[in-house]
Design a protein around this ligand. Sequence first.
Ligand SMILES: Cc1cc2nc3c(=O)[nH]c(=O)nc-3n(C[C@H](O)[C@H](O)[C@H](O)COP(=O)(O)OP(=O)(O)OC[C@H]3O[C@@H](n4cnc5c(N)ncnc54)[C@H](O)[C@@H]3O)c2cc1C
Length: 773
Amino acid sequence: MADTDVVDSAETIVAFRDSARDFLQSKAPLARLRRLRATAPGFERSMWKSIAGAGWTSILIPEADGGLGLGLQAACAIAEEVGRNLLSEPYCAAAVLSVAALQGVPESPLKAELNARLGAGDALLGLAWQEQLGQMDPLQIETVAARAGAAVHIRGSKRWVVPGTGADGWLVSAAEPEGPALYWVPAGTSGLRINDRQRVDGSLMADLFLDVQVPAANRLASGQEARKALERAIAMAQFVQGAELLGIARQAFDLTSSYLTVRVQFGRPIGSNQALQHRMVDAFIQIQLAEACLSDALRLSESGNFSSAASASRVKARCAHAAAFVTRLAIQFHGAIGVTDECDVGLYAKRAMYLSSWLGGEAAHRRRYFELAPRSIEADVSAAERTSFPKDADWAAMPEGEFRALVRSFLKKHYPAELRFPPRRLRWHETRDWYMTLGKQGWLAPAWPKAHGGMELPPAKLLAFIEEFEQYGVARLPDQGLIMIGPILIRYGTPEQKAFYLPKILSGEHIWCQGYSEPNAGSDLASLRTQAVLEGDEFVVNGQKTWTTLAHDASHTYLLVRTDPNVKKQEGISLLLVDLKSQGITVRPIANMSGEEEFCEVFFDNVRVPRANLVGELNRGWTIAKSLLGFERLFIGSPKQSQHALAQLDTLATTLGLYTDPAFAARFAELQLDVADLSAAYGSFADIVKRGEELPSSVSLLKVWATDTYTRICALLAEAAEEHGGDASNESTSDFPVNAVAPLMNAMVTTIYSGTNEIQRNILATQVLRLPR
Ligand SMILES: Cc1cc2nc3c(=O)[nH]c(=O)nc-3n(C[C@H](O)[C@H](O)[C@H](O)COP(=O)(O)OP(=O)(O)OC[C@H]3O[C@@H](n4cnc5c(N)ncnc54)[C@H](O)[C@@H]3O)c2cc1C
């Protein structure tokens, strides 16, 4: 679509969306839909004229031809509002599909005349191309066009045509000996019969039976031009359908959200039930993915980076899924009233069913995406050979491409190849050399201020730096000093604490672990009981921490301890810096499911900690610990793990010949799309960080979707590996290309640590969706 499409400016899109919203809210209430449904033709010409007056039928017509010359984005913005308001008029079919097809044909007096009538709202045209059930390829044409003197004889039938009854005519595809052609067939042409088909939402479609003669001048395009016009118009319509489905999903979601707060059962609003809240969060995630998918696909198509058919399929599959998911949930959450005709949510569900089934359903589009899109989406990590790397530079001024290339070359030169994408958390003895290499280079603490030995990267560069590491498969270091306590000390530490601890983190002399969780304080961390009692200049610490990652490799731990048991639980917690060599500390490693000793339990028996090791004020530890959950929340939702696992699954599938199994291919396609849309959602949150703005609470959705997706990919990897899916070995073997078990073991912890996915859903439900508590 790139060559001819216009990129709409952001302001134009907002203006169009706003005016479409106002227009539809005042002129197209749902009562109108109820009045018009099941009547023929199911829409009103006077309304179409108003729609044209608002410019909607001219969006895709070039300015030179009297149109507005806007692009697909503007059409999608309107479509979203059309979806929210369930307009009765066939916007997608008559203002996008047929109009786009017409723009793809060569200039002619007929085209100019039709464009003028379209722009003025005097004509409603349909594109009649489909002949078979479930047809996706517009070039499978059995309708034939043959010369008959000065006229052309067209014979055949077209199915699922919108608009049917009530249209002024159709652009009809037909096969000629030289290839496909596109003809203009006006309504009322002798030999044309229309059979209406009632749709579930009350609208009409039609089957057209053609045995007609039209003037040869009615041939609008032939050969490659006809092919391009058809393919492009159908792809554009699928994008617009996606936007309309997104609008449907949003409105059904909003209606349901309101209902959950007003409907009371068991003495409280039904929306306060966690079972309903979590499902609403899942619906919200689908809507956010659909939004990210649509804008990413629009961007890709406009930049010409990706086949428009693949992008259109991606959009249609995701948006159809979101609309089905949300509208069905909406009906369920309205109880019996949800299945009445009087309740609006049913209207949204039925419109979603109609739209999803036309121009290819969800499964068909997933299949097509699978056929057209690259299966393995791991980033290219090739880099130029370099011998010198600056320790310091004006990073902010360096162009991002140059910066990324520099980081990549550094990784290529210095990062041990055997440690790329390790299938487990590495121990200190395995990563020490790399830690020291980064330390010597001055690149260990990219986010820290230069004054403390960091790189002080601005947000966009920091993101690029971390993304390059992830793409290269660099193992996670024992990094609690670098990413947690270091930044905490920089912000809240005393000058002495900063001077003593920060250099030792950078030199690798101190390795830190995080002492937060306890046997009875996991998700409810604030109920922690490890006690610190002040005696003179020392705290005396008693209690137990657990799940402390790499505590057996660490020299120090930062501890959340209870310093006042008599106040609200969050208000009696302090943060202490503790040397693990202190007397009274016992560190006991715990073997995980894979047999690795990744985390430990840590016991404190009358451990004496200097008062000078208190960070910030007494009893302010909770606020300090939480204050760092800033933009690092983005990284936990990074798509990299899923992208890598998908590439592994692709290798496995190729080796075992699994793609010939349609059931496997369908599951792969679903995951492929889930990863693509995760990447798009990540990208939209990353843009917020790059702009230097604060991340909204909704970023939690990334963690949920990233880790759920990663787990599902790894589960399929283990399943598809047959007997290898039960291998005890944690390493790849020479006779099998991938490790099929370790990724699943690894994935299963990701939905637990850093706040379980259930807790993330709780946060989203109450803080983002504002469902009742
Ligand atoms: C690999 C790994 C490394 C870790 N490293 C560290 C570390 O270095 N330092 C550290 O301090 N901690 C660490 N943790 C601990 C981690 O933070 C906790 O496991 C996590 O917060 C969950 O606590 P829990 O295990 O006690 O589960 P619980 O809180 O007991 O939860 C059990 C189940 O109940 C669900 N649940 C609990 N409460 C609710 C609720 N209100 N609503 C809905 N569902 C609920 C949870 O989602 C979970 O599914 C690590 C954990 C793992 C797996």
